[in-house]
Write a protein that binds this ligand. Structure first.
Ligand code: PLP
Length: 399
């Protein structure tokens, strides 16, 4: 007798399914724009020089692999706080910030969600429409009711800011609001500083709890500029908010699962109490984070020389993305599709291209170009060798 006979097949992740189909495709010149990974000009996932340096030092040292503390390496969490808030942040000086090293940004989201469910059992969470699909999945798994706020305007391929403000203004006090700090996934549509300031005001007035997901710090304008939202909330007098970080993209450390969860509390004592709940929560899920990814990030952040090297490499990745956006717009126009100029206004790895499901299907069937049914494309998978082919195909299916 099987105890699992009643288990039904659960649908797989559509993005991972797309990659499987892409890998099985034998056509030469195939392109996968469905991924959420930065590829370099040669189409490879980069191994950053700064990361490689630390890795070699670690190999030389050949240290034993004990357990890390529940909330991770202090050099990692302190380094993260300085990146997120700026080294001179009064919040750090006041001891109001509690950070834990987590299993990727995803782990930070889930631990954060579990902690909030314990602290605020009745709170709902509001996510942008659309948002990264896992936001919904993670918060539902943690027992939250998920509601949506207006975000993307399909007419302009930009932000429906009036709609966003109106929806945030209607949320019940105490609602958790998930905000993408920069490089919004999946749309590539971000707020400017003045718009963030208006969001801060609404959040304050409605007594909402900001939960800022920062998975792409440094991928649009730079480390500090991309943290504008966090810095404005920090300066606003709002007493509590949450920030999740991921080093998957900014350090090209996808599989190392390096992330962080940060709670900002009203004072030092409250921060310590919140951190005790975070630690209890982590202990009940995976006990403590993994050593290697954490050691790599901490090694880079705490060496002035490697930190400078990393910032340069991060800048190169950022510039390549900008160049691919500009190149795509230019080539699309050359192929008779000037309506895609908005791709240059969007930020980060992704663009909501406006392509329909039928057009995406044609791209796959006729041109071996893979994208997600929603029309999201990863501009960081473009390079000088595939740009023209992709632009020609997109222009052809858009006619
Ligand atoms: N948040 C957003 C918006 C993301 O796009 C991602 C990764 O794609 C994550 C969080 C999670 O990152 P990680 O790979 O570190 O779990």
């Amino acid at each position: 007798m099987s105890h699992f006979a009643s288990v039904e097949m659960t649908p797989g992740d559509p993005i991972l399914g797309l990659t499987e189909a892409y890998l099985a495709d034998a056509r030469p010149g195939k392109v996968n724009l469905g991924v959420g990974i930065y590829y370099d000009e040669q189409g490879r996932i980069p191994l950053l020089r700064a990361v490689h340096e630390v890795e070699q030092r670690l190999a030389q040292e050949a240290k034993p692999r004990g357990y890390l503390p529940i909330d991770g390496l202090p050099a990692y969490t302190q380094g993260t706080q300085k990146l997120v808030f700026g080294a001179e942040s009064p919040l750090l000086a006041a001891g109001r910030v509690a950070t834990s090293q987590t299993i990727g940004g995803s782990g930070a989201l889930r631990v954060g969600a579990d902690v909030l469910k314990k602290a605020l059992p009745k709170a709902k969470i509001a996510i942008s429409n659309p948002s990264w699909e896992n936001h919904r999945v993670v918060f539902i798994a943690a027992g939250f009711e998920v509601v949506e706020y207006t975000y993307y305007d399909p007419q302009t391929h930009g932000l429906d800011f009036a709609g966003m403000l109106a929806d945030l203004g209607k949320l019940e006090p105490g609602t958790v609001v998930l905000l993408h700090a920069c490089c919004h996934n999946p749309t590539g549509v971000d707020l400017n500083a003045a718009q963030w300031q208006q969001v801060v005001e609404v959040v304050k007035e409605r007594q909402l709890l900001p939960f800022i997901d920062m998975a792409y710090q440094g991928f649009d304008q730079g480390i500090d500029a991309d943290a504008t939202a966090v810095r404005l909330f920090a300066a606003s007098g709002i007493e509590s908010f949450v920030v999740t970080s991921s080093y998957a993209k900014s350090f090209s450390l996808y599989g190392e699962r390096a992330g962080a969860l940060t709670f900002v509390a009203a004072d030092r004592d409250e921060a310590l109490r919140v951190q005790s709940l975070v630690k209890r929560t982590i202990r009940s899920i995976y006990s403590s984070p993994s050593t290697h990814g954490g050691a790599l990030v901490a090694g880079v952040l705490n060496s002035p020389e490697l930190r400078a090297m990393w910032e340069q490499e991060l800048g190169e990745m950022r510039e390549r993305i900008h160049a691919m956006r500009a190149g795509m717009v230019e080539k699309l126009a050359a192929h008779g599709a000037p309506q895609f100029a908005f791709i240059q206004q969007q930020a980060g790895m992704f663009s909501y291209s406006g392509l329909s499901k039928a057009q995406v299907d044609r791209l796959r069937d006729e041109y071996a170009i893979y994208a997600i049914g929603t029309g999201r494309i990863c501009v960081a998978a473009l390079n000088r060798s595939n740009l023209d082919t992709v632009a020609a195909a997109v222009a052809a299916v858009s006619k």
